[in-house]
Design a protein around this ligand. Structure first.
Ligand SMILES: Cc1ncc(COP(=O)(O)O)c(C=O)c1O
Length: 371
């Protein structure tokens, strides 16, 4: 491995352990649906799925799926959508398209560290701006302005935020947009947690901001509980999307064929909330919607896990202020023997996902049997 390469430690650690432990405190999305549950929500039969030919999908995503995704973003056309293999590939091709060695990138911290690592691996210089726990996870305007220095090429934000679940306040959003416009920076808005808000209010997309150097990244892995489909997307101005597609030709060629084509038989189309009338419910959360009910009910397993690993309650009493979406920031003084974050052993806060909600029992059932 090149000495300069920045490894994605969190992802490697998580993927090494997440399927091998009894208590997974690292889950970063809503507990995944089974195909049967998805079809049930869609009110769709499994039969057409069995007829999906396992060929290559259209490399930028089928027309139908891109139409459905574009409809989520007012004014966007299907040509402005690139379907990717998860939102992680969307982040990758965005950084690849935009960054050259020496570029300055402002990154919100803490964060899902993919873009922070990637930007360094593309030779860029990362300038962080912090979310502050004592401010309910809001950033300071001055720190945003400093991080988005003159000449900054890219600003990376995750909203709703991983790992705190925080949704940026209007004032901070405005400062980020104004400062990016002042210096001519692109904004990569990773909105993969949009739709998983505890409040029931869907976070406003940066798409609606009016600033046109914006790349929206989203996908079906978190709020929709469908990470195994590996469907993500980019929405941006037409020129950017076409250039990102040219990069995508070199990465995975196209999205996984079966999930993309599954859109043609209703399941994914319904997952993005736009299934035609008669297809029944939506995975997309809403009052009583499945995702949100899992998110809200997750406080029980979080507290239960805390007591079972012998640390009492999470410091900050389970749900800290600022837990806005699927993801909480809970702290334990020190944790061993559980799949908590890399920081756990040194006694700092860890991100806790909400994957083990009682609505969908994890392997072994929930609550776990008394030992
Ligand atoms: C903020 C954020 N973006 C992107 C991803 C990648 O998700 P996927 O590639 O499954 O869509 C994750 C995964 O945890 C994430 O937390």
């Amino acid at each position: 491995m090149s000495p300069k390469f920045v490894p994605f430690e969190l992802e490697r650690w998580q993927s090494t352990w997440e399927n091998r432990v009894r208590f997974n405190l690292s889950e970063s999305g809503v507990h995944p649906l089974t195909i049967q549950e998805l079809l049930g929500l869609a009110g769709a039969s499994a039969l057409p799925l069995l007829e999906v030919r396992l060929g290559y999908s259209q490399s930028n995503g089928t027309d139908r799926l891109r139409e459905r995704i574009a409809a989520l973003y007012p004014g966007a056309s299907p040509d402005q959508v690139l379907v990717t293999t998860g939102s992680s590939e969307a982040n990758f091709v965005t950084c690849w398209r935009l960054l050259e060695p020496g570029d300055k990138v402002a990154v919100m911290m803490p964060n899902y560290m993919q873009t922070a690592g990637l930007t360094q691996n593309f030779g860029a210089e990362v300038r962080p701006f912090q979310l502050h726990e004592k401010e309910g996870w809001e950033p300071y305007a001055e720190e945003i302005r400093t991080a988005i220095a003159s000449g900054t090429k890219l600003v990376v934000i995750t909203n709703p935020h991983n790992p705190t679940g925080h949704v940026l306040g209007d004032a901070a959003r405005k400062v980020i947009l104004e400062r990016a416009a002042e210096v001519g920076a692109w904004i990569l808005a990773d909105e993969v947690y949009q739709g998983a808000e505890l409040s029931g209010k869907t976070t406003e997309s940066f798409w609606g901001s009016g600033y046109n150097k914006v790349v929206i990244v989203n996908g079906l892995s978190k709020a929709y509980g469908l990470p195994g489909l590996r469907i993500g997307w980019i929405v941006s101005q037409p020129g950017f999307t076409q250039e990102a597609w040219a990069r995508h030709d070199y990465t995975t060629i196209g999205p996984s064929g079966a999930p993309d084509r599954a859109c043609a038989v209703a399941a994914v189309a319904v997952a993005v909330g736009l299934g035609p009338a008669g297809w029944g419910g939506s995975v997309r959360p809403g009052p009583g919607g499945s995702c949100r009910s899992v998110v809200v009910s997750a406080s029980t397993p979080v507290e239960c896990i805390a007591s079972r690993i012998g640390s009492g309650s999470p410091a900050g009493a389970g749900w800290p202020a600022g837990a806005g979406a699927a993801g909480v920031w809970a702290g334990w003084p020190a944790v061993t023997g559980a799949a908590a974050g890399p920081g756990a052993g040194v006694g700092v806060a860890v991100g806790v996902g909400v994957g083990a909600g009682p609505a969908r029992p994890a392997a072994g059932g929930w609550p776990p049997a008394t030992e």
